[in-house]
Design a binder for this molecule. Structure first.
Ligand code: SAM
Length: 242
């Protein structure tokens, strides 16, 4: 693999994985507060909408990849599905375990895993979710192939990720907000401007909705579709393993 993007920089793949690890180890303790501040609480609605679209059912086994501090898994678990929260970063998982304990949620499975090379056998899960995770993965095609591999036939793939707003006028406002306000919130609240600058830059570098849809199709998924949220600032991509 050639160089990959780390924010606006192009770096060797191993360096991206290492530096993304550094970002999430650094932001883990303030991650949930920062999400509320940066999105004015909207991430909660996007995540709930995402899980409604997934329609989890009791008895299903679901892998929440890049699950971090557990927001998606907590919502899925309400359905009675068995959720495995997997993430490459031990600090994010630790915050997630503590949050789950505080909420009295004790039926989640937690696993430290790299989305590009999962340790789960073929055809293990009924559904695979990844929320605000895929743009941080170094080899996105490898992660999509792994998602396909670990799903059962008939399994579904759901991805929630920032994308590119298309509403006229809104894009400029959104760009200005994310380039200036988000790193400042990072600086004053989380005392970490660089990590929040990376998060904004990584959103800019992530493929547009149609391009990402084509990548999901190329990794073997069928009936791939995309649902824009907030004029495409965020998008839900989904597909089926058939
Ligand atoms: N899904 C959670 C949410 O919506 O709040 C967390 C999203 S957080 C922005 C991105 C997560 O992706 C981090 O926890 C990070 O450790 C994880 N991540 C980055 N690269 C990964 C990889 N290769 N494999 C698994 N997780 C990864």
């Amino acid at each position: 693999m050639d160089k990959v993007s780390f924010g606006y920089e192009d770096v060797p793949p191993e360096e991206k994985t290492r530096r993304v690890g550094g970002v999430f180890s650094s932001v883990a303790s303030q991650y949930d507060l920062m999400n509320d501040l940066m999105s004015a609480g909207m991430h909660r609605h996007w995540k709930s909408q995402f899980v409604r679209r997934l329609r989890p059912r009791s008895g299903e086994t679901i892998l929440d990849m890049a699950g971090g501090t557990g927001d998606i898994a907590f919502r899925i678990a309400e359905s009675g599905a068995q959720v495995t929260v997997a993430d490459i970063n031990a600090e994010m998982l630790e915050v997630g375990r503590e949050r789950a304990a505080r909420r009295g949620i004790d039926d989640l499975l937690w696993a430290q895993e790299n989305a590009e090379a999962l340790t789960f056998p073929d055809q293990t899960f009924d559904a695979y979710t990844i929320a605000f995770g895929i743009r941080n993965v170094t080899d996105i095609a490898a992660a999509l192939e792994e998602a396909h591999r670990v799903l059962r036939i008939g399994g579904r793939f759901f991805c929630l990720e920032f994308s590119t707003p298309t509403w006229p006028g809104f894009k400029e406002l959104y760009d200005r907000y994310s380039e200036t306000v988000v790193p400042k919130i990072g600086k004053f609240v989380a005392k970490d401007e660089a990590s929040y600058r990376y998060l904004v830059e990584s959103i800019r570098r992530f493929p547009a909705m149609d391009e990402f849809k084509a990548m999901i199709t190329a990794s073997g998924f069928a009936r791939v579709s995309v649902e824009p949220i907030l004029g495409g600032a965020v998008a839900i991509h989904s597909g089926w393993k058939i």
